[in-house]
Design a protein around this ligand. Structure first.
Ligand SMILES: [Zn+2]
Ligand SMILES: [Zn+2]
Length: 169
């Protein structure tokens, strides 16, 4: 019995060493996780250091504060979003697909030469082709009322079929 009592300080030392080790490992893990996380969300080195220090100095509260304050979007998310926006802008310029027949049509076509579907209308001010649902001309700023798809007048249908036989430029 005395033998065990003598060994108590020894066990306590081992126990505190284990507890200390686990705490250090956890702290290190949290710090590394935070550093990686903030690096994915910000390019600012000062922000990286401050965020990592925050969770090291106040292990639990710091992490909660960090999770509340960190930038919502990661850098790769922001990059993807900018790519999407670019693709959207390009779609305005690029050849388009006719919703009526699936043929590729040029962006400036007002009517599909194959099936006579109305694709665009021209701006009343500057005559640039506008999407039917646009409410403002992006070329001259004239406000226009969006139009629903409407049947093609016969006269324009003839023009459209004439364009159909014309060589593609
Ligand atoms: Zn068509
Ligand atoms: Zn215009």
């Amino acid at each position: 019995m005395e033998d065990i009592l003598e060994r108590v300080p020894f066990y306590l030392t081992i126990l505190s060493t284990i507890c200390g080790g686990v705490t250090v490992a956890l702290l290190g893990g949290i710090a590394i996780w935070t550093f990686r996380d903030i690096r994915a969300r910000s390019r600012d080195i000062l922000t990286h250091i401050l965020a990592t220090l925050l969770v090291i100095v106040m292990p639990v509260i710091g992490l909660v504060v960090y999770l509340m304050l960190r930038p919502r979007e990661t850098l790769s998310d922001a990059y993807e979003r900018s790519l999407e926006q670019e693709a959207l802008l390009q779609a305005i310029e690029e050849p388009e697909i006719c919703p009526g027949c699936g043929q590729r049509v040029r962006g400036e076509y007002l009517y599909c030469p194959a099936c006579h579907t109305r694709l665009k209308r021209s701006c009343p001010e500057c005559n640039h082709p506008l999407h039917l649902n646009w409410t403002l001309c992006p070329y001259c700023g004239a406000s226009v009322t969006p139009q629903a798809l409407e049947p093609v007048p016969a006269a324009i249908q003839e023009v459209a079929s004439a364009e159909d036989t014309a060589p593609d430029t």
